[in-house]
Design a binder for this molecule. Structure first.
Ligand SMILES: [Fe+2]
Ligand SMILES: [Fe+2]
Length: 151
């Protein structure tokens, strides 16, 4: 059975919080890392910050369209993701954290896609598009991990 409108708003709000947490961690990692090997990863993360912000904006618009309210900083739930590594040359740690964040986002979008099946096609369509972006990010960073594990 399809989720109620309130349940969909709740699920979208969870995704919204996850996107904001991702932005904070990618932003930190895109700055904190040191070393020649880190340069490409830093650039990739900096570009992702913009993409994840766009995701949060689209989720926020849909939350509003469904009659919900986009939460402020006190009501955004943070702290569920792996934190930037203590060691500034730990590129592998950053890549693994990104993979975990992307897998989390993917699981949440798949949940919303299932919850809206046969009912809220607009939310479903949005989440399918966001899912495609996250799968692209995941594959990209899984590729980086392969390369870094070889060195
Ligand atoms: Fe995202
Ligand atoms: Fe992503």
């Amino acid at each position: 059975m399809a989720a109620t409108r309130e349940e969909v708003v709740q699920l979208l709000t969870e995704s919204y919080s996850m996107e904001l947490e991702t932005i904070m961690n990618y932003l930190a990692n895109s700055i904190n890392l040191d070393g020649v090997r880190a340069e490409e990863i830093k650039k990739s993360l900096a570009a992702d910050v913009t993409e994840e912000l766009l995701h949060a904006q689209q989720l926020g618009q849909r939350i509003k369209q469904l009659g919900g309210r986009v939460p402020g900083s006190m009501n955004v739930k943070l702290g569920g993701q792996r934190q930037p590594p203590a060691e500034s040359t730990d590129v592998t740690g950053v890549i693994e954290a990104v993979i975990e964040a992307e897998q989390g986002a993917i699981a949440q979008y798949r949940k919303i896609i299932r919850a809206t099946e046969g009912d809220d096609y607009v939310t479903q369509d949005l989440c399918v598009r966001l899912l495609a972006d996250e799968e692209e990010h995941l594959v990209l960073f899984q590729g980086y991990l392969k390369e870094y594990r070889q060195k």
